[in-house]
Design a protein around this ligand. Structure first.
Ligand SMILES: Cc1cc2nc3c(=O)[nH]c(=O)nc-3n(C[C@H](O)[C@H](O)[C@H](O)COP(=O)(O)OP(=O)(O)OC[C@H]3O[C@@H](n4cnc5c(N)ncnc54)[C@H](O)[C@@H]3O)c2cc1C
Ligand code: FES
Length: 278
């Protein structure tokens, strides 16, 4: 069977890991790339980051936060089920330099998306500090995997139940100053990426942000993922998803991601009546 789900693990409330058989993607993917899936024949297409892979199991791993209709459909699938469609790897791989002091920052499900990038920085000979954020202790994910992938791992929780009390950007400001890090990567909610960019604007830190605009085709044709970077129009699915964080127009990204909110809510509430008769 194609796109067979091999295993499933709930990592935290609303956050689930799915391992899917995908031999061709497993052979080709690089850190920072993503896939587009359609969980069922009735589902929409959604982009998800490739988090890990296994050569022995011919599989790739994705971690999904169930926030809307399609992500809920995906996490409802069970081992033995198949995804209806799976395409990838898509997008450009993350920029990985060598011999730098690197800070990797993520919040929420972004922590899973950060893992392969942090690993790639570490494998390339950088000293990697990972600063990860969660709502509270019970929302922390992939702690063991991150511990083995980076040199220093610190957590921030919004309610102070684990690690630093506050958010990841406040944690960064509490332990770093201009010159502490030469390169960085940030991934997570837009307000967090914007705050990270603002906090480091004068730091002479090369900060890459992995953006999460709404995507439809994932091939540069539909324009759905249009973002403005340094006054230039870019398409995150083919030019990104990673861009220079200090040049991204985060306010425009926020506006565009909110544009379909009412329709998304409607689609989540909609119970299909087709075929039910009178
Ligand atoms: C390159 C890329 C990689 C991604 N990787 C992952 C991943 O590894 N794991 C994961 O859980 N999610 C990831 N996302 C986000 C994921 O694609 C969206 O959460 C998903 O499309 C929402 O679909 P839905 O039908 O469940 O929710 P919808 O009903 O479409 O939306 C529900 C809510 O989520 C918001 N939303 C919708 N799309 C996005 C988006 N792209 N980013 C942020 N908020 C959004 C909406 O504004 C709305 O408030 C990624 C997005 C991109 C662009
Ligand atoms: S998703 Fe259509 S152009 Fe990027």
């Amino acid at each position: 069977m194609n796109n067979l789900i091999l295993s499933k693990r709930v990592l935290a409330p609303e956050i689930t890991l799915l391992e899917v058989e995908a031999p061709r993607i497993q052979k080709r993917w690089k850190a920072g790339q993503f896939i587009i899936i359609r969980p069922t024949a009735q589902s929409e297409r959604i982009p998800l980051t490739i988090v890990d892979s296994s050569q022995e199991r011919h599989s790739i791993t994705m971690v999904i936060q169930a926030i809307g209709k399609t992500t809920k459909e995906a996490v409802a699938l069970q081992p033995g089920d198949s995804l209806c469609d799976l395409v990838g790897p898509l997008g450009e791989p993350a920029t990985i330099s060598t011999g730098q002091k690197v800070v990797c920052m993520a919040g929420g499900v972004g922590v899973a998306e950060l893992l392969p990038v942090a690993k790639a920085f570490h494998d390339a000979g950088n000293h990697v500090t990972a600063l990860c954020g969660a709502r509270s202790d019970s929302y922390r994910i992939l702690d063991a995997e991150l511990q083995t992938a980076v040199d220093v791992l610190q957590w921030a929780t919004d309610d102070g139940t684990f690690g630093f009390h506050g958010n990841v950007v406040q944690l960064l400001q509490s332990l770093a100053q201009p010159g502490t890090f030469s390169e960085g990567h940030v991934i997570g909610p837009i307000p967090m990426m914007k705050a990270a960019a603002e906090a480091t604007r004068s730091w002479n830190l090369k900060l890459h942000a992995s953006l999460n605009p709404v995507m439809i085709d994932g091939t540069g044709m539909c324009g759905g993922c249009r973002v403005t970077v340094g006054n230039e129009v870019k398409f995150a699915c083919v030019d990104g998803p990673e861009f220079d964080a200090h040049l991204v127009d985060f306010d425009e990204l926020t506006r565009r991601n909110r544009a379909y909110r009412e329709m998304e809510q409607e689609s989540l509430n909609h119970i299909c009546q087709v075929g039910l008769g009178q």
